[in-house]
Design a protein around this ligand. Structure first.
Ligand code: VGL
Ligand code: ZN
Length: 211
């Protein structure tokens, strides 16, 4: 069992990010049994949920003549456009049905402001809006975080980078995360970027074999 100052962060394990979903991560659902096993080890677990209004500026359909993969300026930031995904109250925004939720302390929703995208579970991409996750973890005495979920090259990466920047000892559990890989080896690049920031990349069995 991990100690009380260690948290598991489960990022965006939602129907739209697994096989057949609107913004499919190939074999995204393969992280579910790994994350469920990890949850048994933790006393403190939080999850994030991508939760967009229909008019969200990251949706290609909300911009004339634009397609998913195109870039625009959104709130002054370079923004890649996505298919419509994780719309509030839709099935695609729901957590994967096999994902255990009994032990979760809280869920942090993000991406609600139509004017800015929000990959990290802590801040929006402009770092203006704050979900409260950082203060919540600190209030509960958390010092060490293990980041898991979807997608490795977007929301997982930015959540881990923000955790590290906020002073948490940050671990990325590689086999508990999968990438969208719009470009080949985006997953490798994401892992490198995280390592360079001082995040420790581990495998789930390193967390499980301690007993
Ligand atoms: C995500 C793209 C857009 C993610 C969310 O959860 O990684 N990616 N919205
Ligand atoms: Zn999104």
């Amino acid at each position: 069992m991990k100690s009380k100052n260690e948290a598991l962060i489960i990022v965006d394990v939602q129907n739209d990010f697994v096989s057949g979903g609107a913004l499919e991560v190939k074999e995204g659902e393969s992280v579910v049994p790994v994350i469920n096993k990890l949850q048994e080890e933790f006393q403190f677990i939080v999850a994030t949920q991508d939760y967009h209004p229909e008019n969200h500026g990251s949706f290609a359909t909300n911009h004339p003549h634009k397609n998913p993969g195109d870039f625009i300026l959104l709130g002054g930031l370079n923004q890649i456009l996505w298919p419509v995904h994780c719309v509030q109250e839709s099935n695609g925004a729901e957590f994967h049905p096999d994902l255990e939720r009994e032990k979760w302390s809280a869920v942090f929703q993000k991406g609600k402001n139509p004017q800015v995208d929000s990959y990290s579970g802590f801040f929006d991409n402009a770092r203006r809006g704050d979900t409260g996750l950082g203060d919540y973890l600190k209030y509960h005495g958390i010092e060490k975080v293990y980041v898991t979920g979807l997608a490795l090259d977007y929301c997982v990466k930015f959540t881990a980078l923000d955790a590290k920047s906020l002073g948490f000892d940050t671990y990325l559990v590689a086999d508990a995360s999968k990438a969208v890989n719009l470009n080949t080896s985006d997953d490798e690049k994401a892992l490198e970027e995280m390592k360079e920031a001082g995040i420790t990349v581990i495998k789930s069995n390193e967390l499980l074999k301690s007993h």
